[in-house]
Design a protein around this ligand. Structure first.
Ligand code: PPS
Length: 450
């Protein structure tokens, strides 16, 4: 960043040795898939994924559907998703990734036909421990428990849990609920459980697993024909170690029994993740994971003045745009701050990349809504003949949609890696370009900025 250096990996190296990629007729030239529903489930590393998708949308001038202001930063969760929850300035979308309760028919109405559905699950024990600590002041089922004790809750869950009250979805089978299922279906209803898992399997092309986040990203990269550059991330929305507790095997199995539908989903999709990884080749996956982690470290060092970033409590973070939301005084969610003197050697594009990489969910949603609204207004100014408000027309036919992002041929020598010089352009793709084909080079704007 400071000295015009660049990351040592190249996409060429990234393609070497991976059978699934080698067999492709034109490696690296397949258009990136850009129409994606990512169902953001709770306490599953989904904020880290959302940040990655928001950045991808911005880099490629795509549209991310965002909630109307009345819904907050989520699509009026826990109500079942409807397209009325989508802000009209964020139509028609390529990507949708904010929290919602899944509703396939409504999403189908909103999204292009070739949309790929992705979600993420987490091991029920650690997920429930995270839920009870995060929502201890919100969810009545948890508030009733003396000292918010996990043991006490699991000893007699029906003493504290009331299925129909507000926020009860955080206290039982949260994944099932987020996926649109019936969190309170009795465990003995085998047919329901089997049918629900099969339905999720049918709809979602990829179910990521939080414990194998990087391996899941490798599968995502292959599924969407994205570059390594597109899956770089920094972990977000973490609790401090003092806010966490470890689980005994006894507690873990009680959690699984209480959340039996979620446990079933997790077991099924954890096994299917590993089957998919085996098809890709475990050695190939391990190599990609290694390259991902190296590239990630380089990016972080570039953003944090040569060091790895320090985790900070919200109070320690000077830039309020970077302070993560704190659910209660009983749990600390940590974030990052950029070094104050860092901006001196940065292009504004590089500074923005670093800022967005660590920007918490609520702030990023607001920033993105502002920029997309601006783009929307500009595009309307350019087309004065269009009088009708888009929300009054059938959603899918209103505005021209961004087509798939095409990889361009390598950029001209002066701006490309081969020249030894690097593009100093700081401009993002022009506003109001809906309907144009976005071309991006083999190294996309993310690392080119560095
Ligand atoms: N990359 C990666 N891999 C594994 N785990 C990760 C990752 N990124 C975030 N996290 C952990 O995910 C938890 C936060 O999940 P969410 O962002 O989905 O929470 S939220 O529902 O949106 O509030 C939170 O878990 P807990 O710290 O146990 O609460 C994060 O530490």
């Amino acid at each position: 960043l400071h000295h015009g250096g660049h990351l040592s990996w190249t996409m060429g190296a990234f393609h070497i040795g991976c059978p699934a990629l080698r067999s492709h007729p034109a490696p690296g030239l397949k258009p990136k898939h850009t129409n994606v529903v990512f169902l953001k489930t709770h306490k599953t590393a989904s904020t880290t994924m959302q940040n990655l998708l928001f950045r991808f949308a911005e880099r490629n001038n795509l549209t991310a559907a965002l909630p109307v202001q009345a819904c907050g930063h989520q699509f009026c969760y826990p109500r079942s998703f409807t397209s009325h929850f989508v802000h009209p300035h964020t139509l028609p979308p390529n990507i949708i990734t904010s929290h919602m309760r899944f509703n396939k028919p409504e999403l189908q109405r909103l999204m292009p036909n070739d949309t790929i559905y992705i979600t993420i699950l987490r091991e029920p024990g650690s997920m429930f421990e995270s839920l009870i600590s995060y929502y201890n002041q919100y969810c009545q089922s948890f508030k009733r428990v003396p000292n918010g004790s996990l043991e006490a809750f699991l000893e007699e869950p029906w003493k504290y849990y009331q299925p129909d009250e507000k926020d009860s979805m955080y206290a039982r089978n949260t994944l099932t609920f987020d996926l649109g299922g019936d969190k309170d279906r009795p465990a003995k209803d085998e047919a329901y459980a089997r049918g629900f898992v099969a339905e999720v399997d049918r709809v979602f092309s990829l179910v990521m697993i939080a414990e194998y986040f990087d391996e899941s990203l490798v599968l995502l990269r292959h599924l969407l024909s994205w570059d390594l550059d597109d899956i770089l991330y920094v972990k977000l929305n973490m609790r401090t170690p003092s806010s966490k507790r470890s689980l005994t095997p006894g507690l873990s199995s009680k959690i699984r029994a209480w959340n039996s539908l979620d446990a079933r989903l997790y077991d099924h999709f954890n096994a299917s993740l590993w089957r998919q990884l085996s098809v890709l080749g475990l050695a190939c996956v391990a190599r990609e994971v290694l390259l991902l982690r190296r590239a990630q470290e380089s990016l972080m060092r570039s953003c944090f003045g040569g060091r790895m970033p320090l985790l900070r409590s919200a109070a320690q973070i000077k830039n309020k745009d970077l302070r993560p939301w704190q659910p209660s005084g009983k749990v600390d969610i940590v974030g990052y701050d950029l070094p104050v003197n860092l901006s001196h050697g940065f292009s504004s594009q590089a500074h923005e990349l670093c800022l967005k990489l660590i920007m918490p969910e609520v702030q990023y949603t607001q920033v993105l809504l502002r920029s997309q609204s601006l783009r929307y207004r500009r595009s309307y100014q350019l087309r004065p003949q269009q009088q009708t408000h888009p929300i009054q027309q059938p959603i899918r036919t209103v505005l021209l949609r961004h087509p798939q992002v095409q990889r361009s041929q390598p950029p001209p020598a002066a701006a490309g890696p081969a020249s030894g010089t690097r593009s100093t352009s700081t401009s993002k793709p022009a506003a109001g370009t809906q309907g144009r084909t976005t071309k991006i080079g083999p190294r996309s704007a993310q690392t080119q900025a560095l």
